[in-house]
Design a protein around this ligand. Structure first.
Ligand code: PLP
Length: 442
C-alpha cells in the first residue's frame, strides 16, 4: 500500500498507521464497506477525532413519523404475535400498486406487489428463483458499477455472473454491448440500479428502451433496482400521477422485476422492509421446470409460496404497517417523500464543489451529454492515484470512502463518496482536510 509521504496529517499519523496494521487489511482498495466502517470506528475512538464518513450508504435522516406511529399502533394492537401473510398484509398490496402507477406510470396488479425484507431479500429471492427456470440460462449480467453485496448473494448461492462497466457504453453503444452478452444464450437476467450505486449515473429513456427491447428479444428478465427511487433531483418526480415519472424499464418490456427499497427514499433502512414488483405478465408466466420441481408452474406463485416462504415466511408485520402508512399518505398527496430526501442533492452539490476545488475530478460525470445529478453518491479521483492509494491516504486526512474497484468498475482511479452522513456543520472541516491533502499531494 502507498505510504503517506507527509506526517503532518489532520488525524494523528501514528494512530492511523497502527490501526491499519492491526486491521490486517493490506489493501484498503479491496476492503468491504463494513471493514472500512470498523477501521474508521477504531481510528475515531483512539484519535478522538470525527471523520467525514463517506464509506457507507446509511440514511442520515430521521424516519417519517407517519411510519413510526403506524408501527407503534400496529404493535400495540398485537400484530407481533401474528404471522403476516407471506405475500404481504392485505392493505399494502393495492397501495404498492397505486404507488407504482403514481410514480412510474405503469400498471401492475396488487397481487404482483410483494413486501420483502429489504430489497436485499428481494434480490436474493429473485436470483434464487431465476436459477430454477432454465438450465441453459444460468448467469446474471451486471451492468456495472454496482452494489457489491448483490454479487456476494450470487456467490452465496453458487450462481454465476458476468459484468461490464457501462462507462464506455452509454447511449446507443449500450445495445451492441448487451447483444454481445445476450447472444451467447446463457444470460437469465440483467441487473442494474437506477440511479446507480455507486456512480450516481442514471440511465436515459433511450438506454432503458434498449434494455427493454433486448429483454424481449432474448427473453431475459430485467431486475431493476430502484433503491434510490425518485432521487435523481434534476427532475421533479414528486407529484403522484403527474409527469415526469421515475424512468423505468417497465415502460419498455413486460419482462421485469422491480426492487423498490424503502431504506433511502423513505429513510427506513432499519426496519428492513422493501417492495418487489413483478410485471403481471411475468407473475403469471408458467414454467415447466417450476411445475416439475414445485408442482405449480406460475412464476409469481412460486416466488411467494416457495422462495419467500422458505427464506423468511414473509416480512415483519409491524414494518409492513409502517411502510403501508407512508405509501398511503404519499399516494393521497399527504406526504412528499421526495422533498424529505432532497437535502442529499443539496449536500452533494456543495461537497462535489469542495472536492473539485481541491483538485479532485468527478469520475462518472455524465449521462450521455448531460452532467449527472447531485445525489446520494458521487465518485472522485485525484492526480493519477489509484482508488486504493487514494483511500489509503485520505484516511490520514479524516475522510473515509470506498474504492470503485469493489463495485465492478474499470475506473481503478476512482473512489465512491456517500453524502448521507456528512452534515453541513462538517463542511468547513472537509474543506480544510481536502486542502491539506491538495497541499501535500498535488
Ligand atoms: C443499489 C442498492 N440496492 C439495494 C440496496 C439494499 O436495499 P435494502 O436496504 O432495501 O435491502 C442498497 C442499499 O444500499 C443499494 O444501494
Amino acid at each position: 500500500m502507498k505510504q503517506p509521504t507527509v506526517k503532518d496529517t489532520p488525524i494523528n499519523f501514528d494512530i492511523v498507521n497502527k490501526k491499519i496494521k492491526e486491521s490486517g487489511l493490506t489493501n484498503l482498495g479491496k476492503a468491504s464497506i463494513r471493514e472500512i466502517v470498523k477501521l474508521v470506528n477504531e481510528i475515531e475512538q483512539e484519535s478522538n477525532k470525527k471523520f467525514i464518513r463517506m464509506e457507507m450508504g446509511v440514511p442520515g435522516l430521521k424516519p417519517p413519523d407517519i411510519a413510526t406511529n403506524a408501527e407503534i399502533k400496529a404493535l400495540k394492537a398485537g400484530v407481533a404475535a401474528k404471522y403476516p401473510m407471506i405475500d404481504g398484509i392485505a392493505q399494502i398490496k393495492p397501495e404498492i400498486s397505486k404507488f407504482v402507477k403514481n410514480f412510474l406510470d405503469i400498471d401492475v396488479k396488487p397481487s404482483s406487489c410483494i413486501p420483502t425484507v429489504g430489497s436485499m431479500q428481494g434480490g436474493f429471492a429473485t436470483f434464487l428463483m431465476l436459477s430454477k427456470l432454465d438450465k441453459k440460462k444460468d448467469t446474471t449480467l451486471f451492468i456495472d458499477p454496482g452494489f457489491p453485496v448483490q454479487k456476494q448473494q450470487l456467490d452465496v448461492l453458487d450462481l454465476k455472473h458476468e459484468t461490464f462497466d457501462v462507462y464506455n457504453f452509454r447511449g446507443n453503444k449500450l445495445e451492441e454491448k448487451l447483444e454481445q452478452y445476450l447472444s451467447k444464450g446463457n444470460i437469465s437476467s440483467i441487473i442494474y440500479s437506477n440511479p446507480n450505486n455507486p456512480s450516481w449515473i442514471s440511465f436515459t429513456e433511450k438506454e432503458l428502451q434498449i434494455i427493454g427491447k433486448l429483454a424481449d428479444k432474448y427473453d431475459t428478465i430485467i431486475i431493476e433496482d430502484l433503491a434510490y427511487f425518485a432521487m435523481d433531483f434534476r427532475k421533479d418526480y414528486s407529484i403522484p400521477g403527474e409527469a415526469p415519472y421515475q424512468p423505468t424499464v417497465g415502460k419498455f418490456t413486460d419482462n421485469y422485476i422491480l426492487l423498490i427499497s424503502s431504506s433511502k427514499a423513505f429513510s427506513y433502512a432499519g426496519q428492513r422492509v422493501g417492495m418487489m414488483v413483478i410485471s403481471d405478465a411475468l407473475y403469471n408466466k408458467e414454467y415447466e421446470t417450476l411445475k416439475q420441481k414445485f408442482g405449480k408452474a406460475s412464476f409469481g406463485y412460486n416466488m411467494i409460496y416457495k422462495v419467500l416462504y422458505a427464506l423468511s415466511s414473509g416480512t415483519t408485520h409491524s414494518a409492513q404497517h409502517g411502510l403501508w402508512a407512508m405509501l398511503k399518505a404519499v399516494n393521497n398527496k399527504k406526504f412528499d417523500f421526495v422533498n424529505d430526501v432532497r437535502v442529499y442533492g443539496e449536500r452533494a452539490k456543495i461537497m462535489k464543489k469542495l472536492f473539485t476545488n481541491a483538485g479532485f475530478k468527478i469520475v462518472y460525470d455524465k449521462d450521455e451529454d448531460e452532467l449527472i445529478a447531485d445525489g446520494f453518491y458521487f465518485t472522485v479521483s485525484f492526480n493519477g492515484f489509484s482508488g486504493s492509494e487514494l483511500l489509503g491516504l485520505l484516511i490520514y486526512y479524516g475522510i473515509s470512502a470506498i474504492s470503485l474497484d469493489i463495485a465492478g468498475s474499470d475506473r481503478k482511479e476512482g473512489i465512491r463518496a456517500c453524502v448521507s452522513q456528512t452534515s453541513s456543520e462538517q463542511f468547513n472541516d472537509l474543506e480544510f482536510r481536502l486542502n491539506k491533502f491538495k497541499e501535500h499531494y498535488s
